[in-house]
Write a protein of this length. Structure first.
Length: 126
């Protein structure tokens, strides 16, 4: 009995798997270059957390003080700290940062954004 040898064998399957693996590694490299390195994303997360803390503290500050925001309204970090709504603004190295929260109105909706300035990082549009 003669077998039909027109299908894939083990060698072909291993070569195709290796080729796919190499393409996957190359694509991961280029994606990480496009979106920043993995270490940068961890470091930027610390700063994004600081921005979020400022925005949330500003939301509470406006609600507690019954502030009617009709146009852009800026609240400094010092003001939020004096009101005991935020404790400290430090980066992962323990360095002090400066910052503020900006409340903007768009289509009758309030948007709260935090902005920080540290030694190694400054928020966009700070």
């Amino acid at each position: 009995m003669k077998l039909n040898n027109k299908g894939w064998g083990t060698l072909e399957m291993v070569l195709i798997s290796l080729a796919l693996l190499v393409m996957l590694i190359v694509s991961i490299y280029f994606i990480s270059r496009l979106y920043g390195s993995f270490d940068n994303s961890k470091r930027n997360k610390v700063y994004m957390d600081l921005e979020t803390k400022l925005a949330e503290a500003a939301r509470i500050y406006v609600r507690i003080n019954n502030i009617d925001v009709t146009s852009n309204y800026r609240i400094s970090y010092e003001t939020l700290k004096e009101a005991n709504l935020i404790r400290e603004l430090k980066d992962s190295s323990g360095n002090d940062c400066e910052g503020y929260a900006l409340i903007s109105i768009l289509s009758n909706k309030k948007y709260y954004n935090g902005y920080v300035s540290c030694n190694n990082y400054t928020s966009k549009n700070y």
